[in-house]
Each structure stands twice: as C-alpha cells, then as structure tokens.
Design a protein around this ligand. Structure first.
Ligand SMILES: [Fe+2]
Length: 395
C-alpha cells in the first residue's frame, strides 16, 4: 500500500485511460443540489453528513469522511459515511496519528489532492498503517481551504478493482468542486467558533476585572453560574440561551466597579444618595457588556437582574414577562445565593430558610413559574445543594 502521489495531469493520464470509480453524467445537477443542501443547513453535524454522503453518492465511492483543522492545527475526524450502512469504525486512531497528520498538512499546504493506493511508489509503504486500508482500497485526500485559511481534508475511499488509480480525471474535477463547496460551508462554522471563542475570552477578561477588585464576587458568580445553568436547563432553555444566562451570571455585578468600596461593604445603613449609586450598577454593567459585539442579550439580562416580577424593582420597573427570562432566573438564584452566603447587612440563612423566603416572594419579587422549577430542582438536589451551602454558614 503506497501513495500514488499528488494529482496532476501527468499522473492522471494513465488513470483516465484506465477508467475508475463511477462518474455520473448528471454531475452538474448533483453539484447544484449539493450546494443547495449546504446553503440550507445551519447545523454543523448535519452539514458534515451532507458533505460525506453527497461525495459518496455523486462519485460512486466506497466511503468518505472529513478531517477538520482544529484550533491547535491538528486535524480530527468530524464526519463519515459508508454507503453500505455500516458504522464508521471509531477505533481507527491512525487517522489522527502523526504520519496521517503529515499527509493532511501536505495536502493542505500544496493545495493539491493526493491518492494513496496499492501497487505504486513503494518508498511510501510506511504510510498505509495510518489509514488502515485493505489491499483493494485507495484513498484520495482533497484539500479544503478558503483563501489562505485551511479548513480540512475531504477523504474519499474507493475500491481499486485491479487498477493503479481508481480516481479518474472526471472524478478529481468533481471531487475538487465538492471540496471547494464543502470548504466554504465549513468555513462559516469555523468563523462562528472563532467568534464564540473570542466572546468567551472577553467574558473571562471582564471576570478577571471583577476578581481583581473583589475575589468574593468571583466566587459568588461561579456559584451563581452553577445554579443558573441548572435552572435554565430545567426551564427548557436552548443551549444558546443557557450560555447567555451563564455569562450574565458571571458578569451580573460588574457595574459595581463604579461604586465606591466603602458603600458596597458598609455594615451600617446607606443614605438615599448612596442607595441611588448602588441601584445604578445594573445599567453600568449592561453598558460595559453591550460594548462587546454579540453580547447584547447578555447585557439585557444584566440590566434587568434587579427587576421584580410585580414591577417594583430597578432600574426600569419592568414587570412580568417584560423582564427577560434570563434575568428572572438570575434574580431567583442571586437572591438564594445571597441569602445563604450572607452579606454585611444581612446575616446568612440556612438553605431551607432561603427556600421558604423565595416561596414567600413568588409572584411579587420572583416569577412563580421560575420559583416552581427552582424549588422542584432544589428538592431533587437538596442533599447536594444543602451540603455545599451549609458549609458557607458561620460556625
Ligand atoms: Fe446586582
């Protein structure tokens, strides 16, 4: 088992005259349908499946899979399709081994397809164990790149049927077209992932600002994230909404950086003017977060995290479902954690006492639907929650 080598006109001449894997005369129609399906897919896994399945069916192959470039430059398998319905073998670590990685990088760097087939170029015999090919199989590695950005490699598998290279010139032309279309579709997901990663880094940077000022707020936020995620999930929020609630939980009090420490930590009563300052922190925090592209929904949760369900909260006296659900979730969890941790102006209560207080304020401070779910979840996880929260109580 050896490589035939990069695909060019010279080494394709023999393959073209010798025939090879199937080539449909309806290739252009197939390509148009393929592009239409890609454009209609917004789910990453669904897009992977469209690519590998279309490649197999349009080219009449034995199988196909994707190797996608990761953040660290390594390529990992992301999707596979075998026409006989058999599952792709997940136990093929060779696909991601160093030898295989070298070939993927070569294909991407040279922007040229590469065939690995039996019976030629004996000096490359070391490569085949990485791909686990049987004696009658050949692979074609098609580079996927958009401008200068590598996206991955589309791997095509075919039976050789006694020929040195089962991939004809027509097959290569179509395979490259499929690879190009696939690269553009996958690049969108790559960009989305980069944007999400960037947003996560911004959130972490903002969190470092909070922790640099007050470590207690950082620990408080971490606890808030855990309970907020549990509650958002219990209320059937989407993964995107859960992410927004978690980010809002982490950053909800960032606006307090604009409030003097002696006001925040004073054990005695605050003046009317000082309370006015404290009540500005949701707007200040929301304005900071809103300056980051894509965090607008997180900013609105933060802006509304002190609103009350009956309209008696601040800063805008929103009521009912005018308050974003994330803020209604955060209000319940923030109060529960604050009561059980205690504050300079509020002695810590037991989790049981805090739950009773939440239930008492259902419909006034808190959304009854959110309270109902929170109490249900607390009952389900009471032992675990109580152990954690009891440990916070002073001896
Ligand atoms: Fe707050």
């Amino acid at each position: 088992m050896t490589t035939v080598g990069p695909v060019n006109r010279t080494n394709l001449r023999g393959a073209r005259s010798g025939g090879g894997v199937g080539y449909s005369p309806c290739a252009f129609t197939g390509l148009a349908n393929f592009t239409r399906q890609l454009n209609g897919s917004s789910q990453r896994d669904h897009t992977y499946r469209i690519i590998v399945r279309s490649a197999v069916e349009m080219l009449g192959l034995q199988g196909s899979w994707l190797m996608l470039v990761q953040h660290n430059g390594m390529l990992v398998k992301a999707g596979a399709f075998l026409p006989d319905g058999s599952e792709f073998r997940e136990d093929l670590p060779g696909l991601e081994e160093a030898t295989a990685q070298q070939l993927y990088q070569q294909v991407i760097h040279q922007e040229q397809a590469l065939v690995i087939a039996p019976g030629s170029s004996p000096h490359r015999t070391a490569e085949h164990p990485a791909f686990h090919l049987a004696g009658d199989q050949a692979l074609c590695l098609v580079p996927m790149k958009v401008a200068r950005d590598p996206v991955g490699v589309l791997v095509l598998g075919a039976r050789v049927n006694g020929k040195p290279n089962p991939f004809t010139m027509a097959t290569f032309a179509l395979a490259n077209a499929i690879g190009q279309q696939a690269a553009i579709a996958l690049y969108q997901f790559q960009l989305q992932r980069e944007v999400e990663r960037f947003r996560g880094e911004v959130v972490n940077s903002l969190l470092r600002v909070i922790e640099a000022r007050d470590g207690e707020v950082g620990q408080h936020s971490t606890r808030l994230v855990k309970y907020s995620e549990m509650l958002a999930r219990g209320l059937d929020c989407s993964e995107h909404e859960i992410q927004q609630v978690c980010w809002a939980a982490l950053l909800h009090d960032i606006g307090k950086i604009a409030i003097p420490q002696d006001i925040l930590h004073r054990r005695g009563p605050l003046t009317v003017e000082e309370w006015d300052q404290v009540r500005r922190h949701p707007d200040i925090g929301a304005d900071i977060i809103d300056s980051v592209t894509g965090l607008g929904a997180v900013a609105e949760i933060v802006r509304a995290h002190h609103e009350n369900y009956d309209g008696s909260g601040y800063p805008r006296q929103l009521a009912g479902e005018d308050i974003p659900l994330g803020a209604r979730i955060l209000a319940v969890v923030d109060s529960f954690i604050a009561m059980t941790e205690g504050r300079p102006y509020l002695p810590a209560r037991s989790p049981e006492e805090a739950v009773v207080e939440l239930a008492r304020c259902s419909g006034s401070k808190y959304d009854p639907q959110v309270i109902r779910k929170f109490l249900t979840l607390m009952c389900d996880h009471l032992e675990e929650c109580c152990c954690e929260l009891h440990s916070l109580l002073p001896a």
